[in-house]
Design a protein around this ligand. Sequence first.
Ligand SMILES: NC(=O)c1ccc[n+]([C@@H]2O[C@H](COP(=O)([O-])OP(=O)(O)OC[C@H]3O[C@@H](n4cnc5c(N)ncnc54)[C@H](O)[C@@H]3O)[C@@H](O)[C@H]2O)c1
Ligand SMILES: O=c1ccn([C@@H]2O[C@H](COP(=O)(O)OP(=O)(O)O[C@H]3O[C@H](CO)[C@H](O)[C@H](O)[C@H]3O)[C@@H](O)[C@H]2O)c(=O)[nH]1
Length: 320
Amino acid sequence: MKLLVTGGAGYVGSVCAARLLEAGHEVVVLDDLSTGHEDAVPSGARFIRGDIAEVIGDVLAEGFDGVLHFAAKSLVGESMQDPGKYWTGNVLTAVRLLDAMKEHGTPKLVFSSTAATYGEPREVPIPETAPTAPTNTYGATKLAIDHAITSYAAAHGLAATSLRYFNVAGAYGSIGERHATETHLIPLVLQVALGQREHISIYGEDWPTEDGTCVRDYIHVLDLADAHLLALENATAGEHRIYNLGNGTGFSVKQVIDTCREVTGHPIPAVVAPRRAGDPAVLVASAERARTELGWKPERADITGIVRDAWEFTRARHGA
Ligand SMILES: NC(=O)c1ccc[n+]([C@@H]2O[C@H](COP(=O)([O-])OP(=O)(O)OC[C@H]3O[C@@H](n4cnc5c(N)ncnc54)[C@H](O)[C@@H]3O)[C@@H](O)[C@H]2O)c1
Ligand SMILES: O=c1ccn([C@@H]2O[C@H](COP(=O)(O)OP(=O)(O)O[C@H]3O[C@H](CO)[C@H](O)[C@H](O)[C@H]3O)[C@@H](O)[C@H]2O)c(=O)[nH]1
C-alpha cells in the first residue's frame, strides 16, 4: 500500500513508519517538526515538511491507499493551560484531514487515540465499552476526533480504526522517545540514570494501590506498531472500529523506578512529591477486542525488556 504517515518524525510515528517500510509498504511522512525530528524519519520514507492543516489537500491529491494519523499535540498539562492549541491543532486539523480524504477518495485511516478518552475509570481493566469522560482537554480533543471519524466513516465509506494507546514505552534500535518537553515516567527516570536529572519525583504515595503509587499499563512501541499493520489489513469500508492497546498488566511508579535501577545499575534517587492533577490511580487496558478481532498479541509485555530497550536507545544517543 502507499501510505501517508502524519507525525512520522515523532516517537510513535517514526517507529511505525519504519515497521511499515519493513513490511513492504511505500511510506510518505508528513510532519511540521513542531515536536518531531527530521532525522527520526526512516531513510526509506519520503519526507514532506508541512502543517497538515495547510498542505493535506495537495499531499493527498497524489493518491494514497491510507493514512496513519499520529500527528497531534499531546501534553496533558499544556492542554489545560492553552486549550485553543489543542482544539485547533488536534480537532480542526483532523477535520481538514477527513475532508481531504473524502475529496481524494483515500480509503483507509488509522488514528492514534488514547486512554485519556476514558478519564477516571469505573472498571479496571478498561474495555472499549467503558464510558468516555475525559478529565483533560487533550483527551477531550482525541474523543472529539473519534466521534468525527465515526460519522465520516458512516457517511463516506471510510475504513477507519482508532487505536487507544495506554502508556507507550520502549524503543526500536536508534528510534525512540525524545520529546523536548518530556513528561513521561520512563524517559524521565532514565534521565536520572544518565546524570541529567538529580532525582525522579514520585507524584503521590497515598494512592489507593498496593504500594501507594499510580499504576499504569506500559506497552512496547513495537507491539503498538504491529497493531497498526493489523488495523490496516482488517479495516472495512464504512466502519469505524476502536481498540484499546495495552498489555492488561499494571506496574506502579515504584515498580517502574525499581526496574530502571535494575536495568541501569544506577541508584536513581526518588523523592515523593504531591499528586499530579488529573492523574487516575490505575489505568490498565482490556485489549481483548484487539486480540479477538485483529489477532493482535503483544510480544514484548515484560517491563524489564521495555525499560532495557528504552535504556539502550537513551544510552546510545548520549554516548553513555
Ligand atoms: N506517547 C504516548 O504514550 C501516547 C499515548 C497515547 C496516545 N498517543 C498519541 O500518539 C501520537 C504520537 O505520539 P508521540 O508520543 O509520538 O508524539 P510526538 O510529539 O513525538 O509526535 C507527534 C508528531 O506530530 C507532528 N505534528 C504535530 N502537529 C502537526 C501538524 N499539524 N502537522 C504536521 N505534523 C504535526 C510533530 O512534529 C511530531 O513529530 C499522538 O497522536 C499522541 O496523542 C501517544
Ligand atoms: O516525573 C514523573 C512522571 C510521571 N509520574 C507518574 O508516572 C505515571 C505515568 O505517567 P506518564 O506521564 O508517563 O503517563 P500518563 O499515564 O500520565 O499518560 C499516558 O496516559 C495518558 C492518558 O491518561 C495520555 O494518553 C498520555 O499520552 C500517556 O502517556 C503517572 O502515574 C504519573 O503520575 C511520576 O510519578 N513522576
